[in-house]
Design a protein around this ligand. Sequence first.
Ligand code: PGA
Length: 413
Amino acid sequence: MELNKEKITLIADCEVTDKSKTAGGAVVRTSKFCADISECDFEGSCFVQTNLCATFKRSDMSGDYFEEVNLSGAGFERSDMSGDYFEEVNLSGAAFERSSICGAAFEEVNLSGAVFTDGDLSGVEISGCKLDGMTIDGLDVRELIEFYKKNHKENCDMKKNVRKAVIAGNWKMNKTRPEAKALLEELKGKVSDPGCEVIACVPFTNLETAVEATKGTPIKVGAQNCHFEKSGAFTGEISADMLVEMGVEYVVLGHSERRQYFGETDETVNKRTRAALAAGLKPIVCVGELLWERECNITEEVIARQIKLDFYGVSAEELKKCIIAYEPVWAIGTGKTATADQAEEVCAFIRATLAKLYGDDTAEAVTIQYGGSMNAGNAEELLSKANVDGGLIGGASLKAGDFNTIIEAATKG
Ligand code: PGA
């Protein structure tokens, strides 16, 4: 906390009963204030181990620091306490009337029975505090917190409802053509009217079979990669135009297995994303941290970097056509799923990063999936999270029954 050193007066080990001793920037230690204090300047003061059972009226106490202070039963009236910091303070039974407390922080403070009336409490942070019987404008604070939580969730759910839930199966290098046909036939029987978008991302050799088998059904077809050039001497590669011509709508890009085994970098993911968009494909761009990066606490840096680089030069309108799959590399194919809270935390971070780059409206419109050992047993919890709009499913997409259970969970989502 910043104190204005020039203004500092040290008031220590004394009993203050008149207001002449008060001053802005004061450091007050082990003292006792028992006066009725009106119209005083305490701005930027610091109170430590002090007994302040006084009545403060129309005083400037903004930016003050209180530690181990006894303020029980104290009265604050029309005072400015904005930006104050309270730690291990006893404020039980204190009364705040028409006072501004905006931006104040209360940590491990006893606020039981404290009464706040007609004040400005915007941006207040409360952690580890006793709140029994505390009221704000006559309403019990616990009820207010419950109300806020419920509304906040409803608000998040509403935003989630605006977005498309998308469940995509990433078949990887699995299934011959007859096997692909059989799996899609089985899936078609189960998925007739899904409450979310369903995509099967199949190997290149199965694309034609898949497009044929899913005609007239809600199941869409995606590829698992495409090259960034339109055509030319790129042996073994497939262009975005070639996919579009086959009736493919989606393409997975930057999957961690391609980054890990085939030298894919954020630069090439960016080029592929732009080429796919230009050709009219909808990219599913994968991002995610390695276990080592998570353990080093740099998950957010890694994700922010990938988002910035992979979508460099992509406009807001184009971004809305993309899906982002958050796939922590340590959870892919390992049976180790991120907890629903971990998935939510990073998906929310991705949305916040998009909001910084493209604005809130665009960020709210983008579908963000979680991927990494999502299965029939854990999908519902993962998909219930406010920022988890769908899933990119590997192993569990190879069994029609399991994949369908995940689709049903997304519909509840
Ligand atoms: P997994 O794969 O579900 O088998 O972990 C997910 C993915 O690679 O997209």
